[in-house]
Every structure is written in C-alpha cells, then in structure tokens.
Design a protein around this ligand. Sequence first.
Ligand code: OXD
Ligand code: MN
Length: 639
Amino acid sequence: MISTVLRTRTRLEAFYSFGHYAKLSARCLSVTHGDIERLPAEAKKFIEESASLCKPENIHICDGSVKESKHMIGLLLKQGTLSPLTKYENCWLARTNPADVARVESKTFICTNNKEDTIPTPKTGIKGTLGNWISPNDMEAAVNERFPSCMQGRTMYVIPYSMGPIGSSLSKIGIQLTDSPYVVESMRIMTRMGEGVMKQLEKDNTFVQCLHSVGRPADGRIEMPSWPCDPERTIILHKPDQNMIVSYGSGYGGNSLLGKKCFALRIGSTIAKREGWLAEHMLILGITNPKGEKKYIAAAFPSACGKTNLAMMTPTLPGYKVECVGDDIAWMKFDSNGQLRAINPENGFFGVAPGTTIETNPIAMATIFRNTIFTNVGSVSDGGVYWEGMESSLVPAIKVTDWLGKPWTRVRNENPAAHPNSRFCTPAKQCPIIDPAWEDPEGVPISAILFGGRRPTGVPLVYEANSWTHGVFVGSSMRSEATAAAEHKGKVIMHDPFAMRPFFGYNFGHYLKHWLSMENRGTVPKIFHVNWFRKGNDGKFLWPGFGENSRVLDWIIRRIDNEDCAIDSPIGKLPKNEAFRLDGLHTQIKLNELFKVDRDFWLEEVAAIEKYFEEQVGGDLPNEIANELKLLKQRIDKM
Ligand code: OXD
Ligand code: MN
C-alpha cells in the first residue's frame, strides 16, 4: 500500500508527513526576492513542497550578487550573528552556540532500502564505525518530527549553486534551501552561485536537492537568538538514490554548508560510483620543478592533518614552485585518453584557523584577511582576530576576547582563545598561489595520489605503493590521530580509510571494489603514503614538515618519472638514502629513525588492520585487499 503511494508521489512528498503535505502553487508562495519562474519545474516543485512543510514567512531566491551579500551581512549584524572585524576589509566574526561547533558524525545518516548498500555488516557485538544507516521509513519519521513549521517567522533562502566550474562536464548543480543567512553568505564563498548557475539549470535541470534548517527546539526556546540551532535533535540525512540531502538543527560547517561534505563527498561518491569516477577528501596541488616541469598531485589526509598547509606550501627546495588547486575535495575522472583529471568542486577554503600562522602557512595568511567569515576564533580589541599560534601578535595593550565572548588572557586562561575547530571561510581566488588552471573545466592531470595521517610512531616519512592494488590497500588501512574537526575527544589513533570514514556515501567494501576497478578505466597514477608527524624517542618530531615537505614531493615526482631512487622494503618502496635530498637543510635529520621499518611495530600494525577489516568490513572486503594484507604480513614476518 505504502509503496503504491510512494510511487505516485514526488521525492520530498515521500518524506513529508502525508498529513502535513499540502500542495502549494508557485503563485501562493510569498517570493520576496528573485523570479521563481526562471527555475525548472522540478526545482519549483522542490521549493513548493519544502515551503509547504517548513512554513517560512517568505522566500528569497539568491542571485549571489554583491548587493545581496550586503543585505545578508546587514541582517546578520542586526541578528547579532556577525560582528565586524574592522582591522580588515569585509571580514566578519561569527560566534556559534557552544553546542554547535563541529560536524556530528553520530547524527549523520545515509538512507537506502538495504542497509548493506550503505554500510558493511560489522562482526556480531561490534559497533560499526563506517557510517550510519537509516531506513526510508525512519528517515521519513525523522523529517516529520523536525521540519513541520520549523521556518515559521523566518525567510527560506533558495541557493542554486554549482560544485565545480560552471558548465564543466565534471561539475554538478545543487539547490540548497536554508533558513540561515550565515549559510547563504558562506555558500557564496564556498560554491559558485548566481546567474551562471541559473543559465546552467535552464540547460540541464538535474540538481541535488538540499534542504537545511537550523531548526527550532521542541520546546520552542531558542537558547541563543544570534545562533539559532537545535543541537538535541540535529540530524543530517542523505538519500543517494534520489540525490537528496536533508539537514536539521545545526548551522555549522559541514552540517549546514551542504555543498561540501554532504554533496561533494557523500552524495558525490555515490554519483561517482554510478558514473565511474572518484569523489574524494583530497587536496590538489601543482608542483613545478627547477626544470619547469609541472605535475599535479592529489592527497588525502584526515580532517585537520594539514591538507591546507600542503596545498599552499612554500617549498624550501630552491627552484620549486607549488600552486594550489584545492585544499579539501577532489572530483577525479579519466578523460578520453585515459588520463585521470581532477577538479576542485569548491570555490573557497573552509580552513581550520588555529595553527595557521606566518610561519606555518604564510600563503593562507595572505589569503584570509579580506572578504572572509571567521567562526569561533578569538577577537582582539584592535578589530582583528586571534587564535592559538598567533601569540607573537599579542601585545599588552591589546585585549583578547575568546570564542565564547569572554575576556581572555594567555597567562590566566588554560582554555584556548579560539575553539580548536574554529574556521576561516575565504574565497579561493584570493590565494596568491592559486593555480592558473584551478577553474579549467577539463580539470588538471593527476600524476600521483598521496595518503597520509598523523602517525607519531612507526610509519616512515614516505613510501611508495608497489602497485595500484597495493596502493588501494594502503588507502584502506590509513590510520591517524583523531582531530577536533569532529566530535571525538583525545588523541587516539583511529582508522580513517582514504580519510573518508566520516564521508562515505555507500558501503566501504563496495567503495574499495570501485577503487580497484579504476585500473581498468585508464592509466592509474602512482600511490604514496606520507607521514610528517613521526616522533623520536625524545617525543620531538623527526621531520620539520611544512616547506621542507617539498623534499618529499621532489622524491615523489622523481619516482613518477621512474627515476631509480627507491629501494624495496616490506611495506613498499622507500627512498634510497643518498637520493633523498637534504641539501641546504639546517636541522640535523635522523634519517634512519625517520625511515625505519620496525618489525614489531609493523606486526602490530598488521594485526590492527586485520582486526579492523574483520570487525568492520567482514564479507564486504574485496579479496584483492585481503590478499595485500596477507602479502604484507608475509613480508614483515620474513624481516
Ligand atoms: C573539513 C573536515 O571541514 O574535514 O574539511 O572536517
Ligand atoms: Mn575536510
């Protein structure tokens, strides 16, 4: 009975309570800005249905213009969401409700008819950590418990946006509905909005439906009117077979800027699987060697492991140049010549602020002090911002206010002035080393893929995978210290395969099969694993990192050119000692410790990976990956 009803209903209707749903015609909607008639019929329907459910006061169709941005900023100032940062040009500070500061993985779900399409079946008695599944009925119930009338008294903004350069065959369109002007302003930075997208929609009316509300707590009490949210009932839902995202209760980052993690990674990875390409949590950089030869590299590191720093690196090796295509997400597809090409689907950087300094990332520092929204950083009495790492900018006359709005002094306070997951949201085009091809609709050719994480012990600075299949295994067995970008606490080493654990749109076992199959679609790039974070027995980092990582990239690009500068090891190919460039480096490097492959450590590592696969992936683990693990174990056993 239900299925007959579902078949005759449109997408969102299927989720909205049958009782609540009442069809509205476009004429009945109070559209106070923009021309709804320009939108394709499917989009109008989506808006009508959503408005009928959420009951906003009025509807504003965003045009992405400067005038509109000024209007939004005015509203946000009035609402107290933003305050001006007078030291800089067009920069603003948002302080969130302290209960809404990070992505909430435990409240993020993928909805499919069959659970197995979303997550592997964990071993009996073990809690799965590779995503959360929700049934269509439960999703419908979750929507109906939260969305009816949630936008009452607010405006519903309609944001047509493009992920990727408008019109590129690699790009995709989304339409986000939201009741948050902060989200509108942030999406204006992070995605392409405006006339170009409207024209594209006229040509091709396929789009990802994104419905977002900051919500309204069940008791109606909004704790912090400047940052309305409903942390108790926050939920982020994805329905891949309908290209649909529904997010409720949070205004923060990946929970609310739906183009980013929800679309470009979760829904993106399911589209990529269907269409034969890859949507990945990867930066993209271009590196030019002293001979003027340029290569592009994509790299997957978990959240807050330095993707932005690597993407904007200032090489210390003379004659090298790094240019940035993107710092977080890569969409990669083979072209008709079998060359893997990548675009950055984003239009801005939503970077972690603490730790970003003139020393660690001067390029980011040269990017972010114009046209930027800062969230949950500290503020300073001269109209500027402050976060951990900026200590040298503090002088006694300057007063710091922390992210909670309280006076803060370095000596008195143990708590950081900026929340560890505080962010800058800044236009990518402002980056002084943005790559000339960053908006090339064809994408840039990828020559290598890097995997990495924070591994204080045991994992060498760099090694090369022996083959594509071995490289996919390396990605599948990635581990890293937990970060502040999510709700985890403490410094535990967590499995984070492909840096995608919070972002898989479908069953990780199927994802591995898809990666393995890429070898049949074109010329696959070489795969490497890097670790800037290995520490010595004295607890100090063995490698200076940052610009010195150009030495690692130097070795990698020489390997791409098949230079004989590697030796086999049980875990993969390591640099030949004399081939790894240390010239001009002023600190003493303990190369042996940095590259050491310790038998006991790797036996433990293999055991941890084995346990993880067995407990979390079970029967969905492809044989090829199980075999790579077996081979690794054999090689280490023989050491
Ligand atoms: C991000 C994340 O915000 O990975 O990029 O959490
Ligand atoms: Mn990220």
